[in-house]
Design a protein around this ligand. Structure first.
Ligand code: ZN
Ligand code: ZN
Ligand code: ZN
Length: 323
């Protein structure tokens, strides 16, 4: 005779994964469901195949092992219903679903210290974030210190709501993602990605490159001749790479030219034809792209008007050194 107790399944035999070592879990009609299987089960949503109701939490299993809703599975667990919005979900904290928790977190984050309400400008972002498909991943995303820094900074008005706030931030990837969110919510106007890269390249170049003389002329050339034109083009349609590349090269070559003159003790206004010819002849072929700079300088009287501007030479292959 065998002892009937020995025939009973182990107390913590998970009805889904057959594990017996997980002691945390729930008792559902099918038996003990371990914590791991419970979590997996309570994160499935969709159309219940048994009752045909859409957008249901589907923690149960039908006779055909398909995920079904709590009603069809006979799961009577009040913890699966959010105590605030009544939606069914795995409780995230204090009886609230993840979406309600996310709404609370964002409302607190977007409310300036001492204020009663969310900063008005950030309301569209609050709507977009709380309405997204997966509130759990948004809650995790909000733990990122760079996201927090930008969002609290903007809420507290330490950072203005401008493109520059994002382009100047120390965490470029995070800032770009947030900036795109601000644009998609209509808080910031749309921007041209290539123009944006060019603008930050220009800022860096003008502030970090050594420009030994006439830096105001270089800045004027870069800003008025290039940036202004590129901005105007970007208003019609997205900027292609080509004009950006040309602008960068012409600015780089212009800096090279004024620096070369300086190293030869010549001011830009005194540059002679012979010096221009020597500079063109003794450097890489890209120097011929300085033509635009020369034209601009003579037009704005930064260089003598009687100079013969070198024509752009056809592209030469660098390997042609045969004699
Ligand atoms: Zn299990
Ligand atoms: Zn159902
Ligand atoms: Zn809720």
């Amino acid at each position: 005779m065998t002892d009937p107790i020995e025939q009973r399944p182990p107390r913590y035999l998970c009805a889904r994964c057959a594990d017996t070592t997980q002691h945390r879990g729930v008792r559902w009609p099918e038996g003990f469901v371990c914590r791991r299987c419970y979590q997996k089960a309570t994160r499935q949503r969709g159309l219940c195949p048994d009752c045909n109701r859409p957008n249901r939490l589907l923690p149960g299993l039908s006779d055909h092992a398909e995920p079904v809703c709590t009603d069809c599975a006979g799961i009577d667990d009040p913890r699966l219903t959010c105590t605030r919005c009544g939606d069914q979900d795995e409780p995230h904290r204090r009886g609230l679903c993840a979406r309600c928790c996310l709404t609370d977190d964002l409302t607190a984050l977007f409310t300036p210290p001492g204020a009663n309400d969310v900063t008005t400008e950030l309301l569209p972002l609050l709507d977009a974030l709380t309405g997204q498909e997966n509130p759990r991943s948004a809650i995790i995303w909000l733990r990122n210190p760079d996201v927090l820094d930008l969002l609290t900074g903007i809420t507290e008005r330490r950072y203005p709501i401008t493109h520059a706030t994002f382009t100047d931030h120390a965490a470029p990837r995070t800032a770009r993602h947030l900036r795109d969110l601000f644009v998609s919510c209509g808080i910031l106007p749309a921007y041209d990605r290539n123009l944006d890269r060019f603008t930050s390249w220009l800022n860096t170049t003008l502030t970090t490159t050594e420009i030994t003389q006439n830096s105001d002329v270089i800045t004027g050339f870069a800003t008025w001749n290039h940036l202004r034109k590129l901005r105007a083009r970007a208003e019609d349609r997205p900027l292609p790479e080509g004009p950006i590349r040309n602008a960068k090269q012409e600015i780089t070559v212009a800096i090279d030219f004024v620096n070369w003159l300086y190293s030869h003790n010549t001011a830009l206004a005194d540059a002679t034809q012979a010096e221009i010819d020597t500079w063109i002849a003794t450097g890489p072929t890209t120097r011929s792209t300085a033509m635009m700079f020369f034209k601009w300088c003579t037009r704005h009287q930064h260089m003598r008007p009687d100079l013969n501007l070198p024509r752009r030479r056809p592209r030469q292959r660098d390997c042609c050194t045969d004699r």
